[in-house]
Design a binder for this molecule. Structure first.
Ligand code: PMV
Length: 329
């Protein structure tokens, strides 16, 4: 009834924005991501008959309210499956800022799914884990896998075909990624609310849905051929399209700060100077810069002194999950 697990954050190269079913959290579009070797969540779950309610300690602080409710609702899926109503104690730690657009919900719900599965001895397959992780957070479905990962939106009403799979292992293309932190504050509009608002109010939402498959195909081709320019161009186009879409919601959603914008301009200037580097940004102000192997030192030197950039983390594609059931002595 007790287990530990870890899962890694991921960054979408072609992004998920919009849901086709809110209750089951089924994405309206497919997405492609890379799982990151050095950004991860460690989670411990213990189902214990002596507990009167679920508890959550997140990054060493007791959590309550919506954060705890979200975890409880997620654990209910496992309780139902295992035929129990036992409450659980959850401890979770990220080695990077939580809730600031660095995919902390992805690694968090993937790790929680793995830990709950191990604690209850359910022995889910990776695909089953991906389906259940999706219920916690759409991007969490991808963090079950390492390397280059594709999430399908599927067509079935019950979401049983909406899961992720590995496209290529990390060794296929050891890309380097600079994660530039420009704020550690929690974002003001979470992704679920942002997506719902966008779908309900943006005049561009239909075009977003209609053009996603082109970006997914272009990115798959770039990965297959290891064509860095094609990867970068598709990734930047899709990122700016997603942010343009979010900006066109009512009220408009602006996730960037001045340092985000300064980084965009610097990356583009570096490219004009012959440095292979492209950016992407999720629902937050952090900028992730992708380079072919061996190029990040050059980029890091050029960006670390930009005002508002106060931490730069270097990582690579990777990120295997782990889980261990713990026997109490
Ligand atoms: O998984 P969520 O609900 O946190 O949404 C993720 C949304 C983006 O990070 C902006 C895009 C993506 O595909 O990860």
């Amino acid at each position: 009834m007790k287990a530990r697990a870890s899962a890694h954050a991921n960054i979408a190269l072609v992004k998920y924005w919009g849901k086709r079913d809110r209750r089951l959290n089924i994405p309206a579009v497919g997405s492609i991501s890379v799982t990151l070797k050095d950004l991860f969540t460690h989670t411990e779950v213990e189902f214990h008959s002596g507990l009167k309610a679920d508890t959550l300690v997140l990054d060493h602080q007791p959590a309550a309210g919506e954060q705890l409710d979200r975890v409880s609702r997620f654990l209910d899926i496992f309780r139902k499956e295992a035929g129990i109503d036992t409450c659980a104690r959850v401890k979770s730690e990220n080695n990077f800022p939580t809730g600031a657009g660095l995919a902390s919900s992805a690694s968090a719900f993937a790790a929680l799914a793995l830990a709950a599965d191990a604690a209850l001895g359910l022995n889910y397959s990776p695909v089953q884990l991906s389906i259940v992780a999706r219920r916690g957070s759409g991007s969490a479905a991808r963090s079950i896998f390492s390397g280059f990962v594709e999430m399908k939106s599927g067509v079935r009403d019950d979401g049983s075909d909406a899961f992720a799979l590995q496209l290529f292992p990390a060794r296929h293309w050891p890309l380097e990624i600079l994660v530039c932190i420009t704020s550690e504050a929690r974002k003001t509009t979470g992704s679920t609310r942002g997506m719902t608002l966008t779908a309900e109010t943006s005049p561009y939402y239909g075009s977003w849905l209609d053009t996603q498959s082109q970006d997914l195909e272009a990115l798959c081709r770039a990965l297959e051929k290891k064509d860095f320019e094609a990867l970068g161009e598709t990734m930047e186009r899709n990122c700016l399209k997603m942010h343009g879409l979010a900006l066109s919601a009512e009220p408009g959603l602006l996730y960037w700060n001045p340092a985000t914008l300064a980084l965009i301009h610097r990356v583009r200037q570096l490219r004009r100077d012959g440095v292979p580097a492209y950016f992407t940004i999720d629902a937050g102000p952090q900028v992730k810069i992708f380079c072919p192997p061996g190029w990040t030192w050059r980029v890091e030197n050029e960006i670390k002194d930009i005002p508002g950039v106060y931490r730069v983390m270097l990582t690579v594609v990777g990120g295997n999950v782990s889980k261990t059931a713990i026997q109490d002595s």
